[in-house]
Design a protein around this ligand. Structure first.
Ligand SMILES: Nc1ncnc2c1ncn2[C@@H]1O[C@H](COP(=O)(O)OP(=O)(O)OP(=O)(O)O)[C@@H](O)[C@H]1O
Length: 366
């Protein structure tokens, strides 16, 4: 879908990125100044690489060796900025159809009514942008970009200008978009919560280069990348499937590669694929399987690695049927239990939360 290999010097800073992004949402994540916007601007044609090549959906947009540089307006890309940048003098409807009306009818693959429905903006069509909330403006901006039938949607911190409630409201809309309309999204963010809720693929940027890239769960399970994945609370991110709900006990059972997990009942249909988050501080380790204990999730596991972290705490990575679970225990507990790689233990998981799981995802995986 997106295949790029680019190099650009801007002042003292060098961007040197090779990247392939497939279907779904690819997040560019990294500290301020790591080069995320520079990459997205080169894809959009707003900045010119010194060398390299950019291909989107089979179409070569830039090739330095061939002297090829398609103008931004001919790249057929959707770009959503932090601030919606709607046309103030046009109604929401006219904003939405602005790019769409410039396309030949045969190229209008994305249906107006479907976009209105997914973004929940049907009741806003006759309003002017000045009368919209920040979140509504962003939904209209996303709809406008989508209706121009882009090859890819570029989103540069689209939620950065919104407060946390509006952000949380908008996340499910964005998550549903790429799956519902089969449009790849390149999403710049420095919020790990957004990455967790949205990204299929995670690209970690550092000092103008790609430090690591891959499926989000895999990248986030790597303790060596922690300096880059950042200051968010340590923990694991795992894939699971909703297996069943027990109305009587109010418990939902999920299946994952290492067995089953129980959590408070949610309302996701059976079969929904979800991303679960388990904080490292919510996993305790027992050498013997505990008997009468309140914790519901007790799973056999093997110790994969032990390494010092901050203060008197130790990172312990457990292998649970091929899934990595990241626990943090005190160095005192480590010494007391004499834990070492290869030991068979039991992971006691005190809390599990759903970081991503929506109906659109279930349709996509059917
Ligand atoms: N036109 C330019 N000329 C010189 N330096 C530039 C130019 N544009 C960006 N830079 C520098 O390139 C580096 C990367 O900037 P970029 O905006 O891509 O980072 P970013 O990861 O998107 O940061 P943020 O999260 O703060 O938006 C920064 O050091 C920036 O100062």
């Amino acid at each position: 879908m997106l295949d790029l290999s680019i190099h650009r010097r801007q002042g003292a800073f060098q961007v040197e990125v090779t990247l392939k992004a497939g279907a779904g949402i690819t997040a560019l994540f990294g500290p301020s100044g790591s080069g995320k916007t520079s990459v997205i601007n080169m894809v959009a044609g707003l900045a010119r690489p010194d060398t390299g090549r950019i291909v989107v959906d089979g179409k070569v947009l830039f090739d330095a060796a061939l002297g090829l540089d398609v103008a931004p307006e001919h790249r057929r890309l959707g770009y959503v900025f932090q601030d919606g940048r709607l046309f103030p003098h046009l109604s929401v409807r006219a904003n939405l159809t602005f790019g769409m009306n410039r396309l030949p009818a045969a190229e209008r693959r994305i249906d107006f009514d479907a976009v209105i429905e997914v973004l929940g903006i049907g009741h806003l069509l006759d309003r002017r942008p000045a009368l919209l909330s920040g979140g509504e403006k962003q939904r209209v901006a996303i709809g406008r970009a989508l209706l121009a039938n882009p090859r890819i949607l570029l989103m540069d911190e689209p939620l950065a200008a919104l407060d946390s409630n509006r952000k949380a409201e908008l996340l499910p809309f964005i998550a549903a978009l790429s799956r519902r309309f089969a449009i790849p999204i390149l999403y710049v963010s420095h919020s790990m919560d957004e990455v967790l809720a949205l990204a299929d693929t995670l690209v970690l940027m550092d000092q103008g280069k790609v430090a690591a890239a891959g499926p989000t769960e895999d990248i986030l399970s790597r303790t060596d990348l922690r300096p880059l994945t950042g200051r968010w609370e340590a923990g694991s991110v795992i894939r699971a499937t909703v297996e069943d709900h027990d109305e009587a006990t109010g418990i939902t059972r999920l299946a994952f590669a290492g067995g089953h997990l129980l959590m408070a009942r949610n309302h996701l249909p059976t079969g929904t694929q979800v991303r679960l988050r388990i904080h490292a501080s919510d996993i305790a380790i027992a050498l013997d399987r505990p008997g009468r204990v309140s914790v519901r999730n007790i799973l056999p596991a093997t110790i994969a690695s032990v390494s010092a972290c901050e203060g008197n705490m130790v990172d312990v990575v457990l292998d649970c049927g091929g899934t990595r679970l990241w626990a943090q225990i005190s160095s005192h507990a480590l010494a007391d239990l004499a834990l070492a790689p290869g030991d068979a233990v039991h992971a006691m998981i005190k809390a599990v939360t759903v970081a991503r799981g929506d109906l659109a995802e279930q349709r996509g995986s059917a």
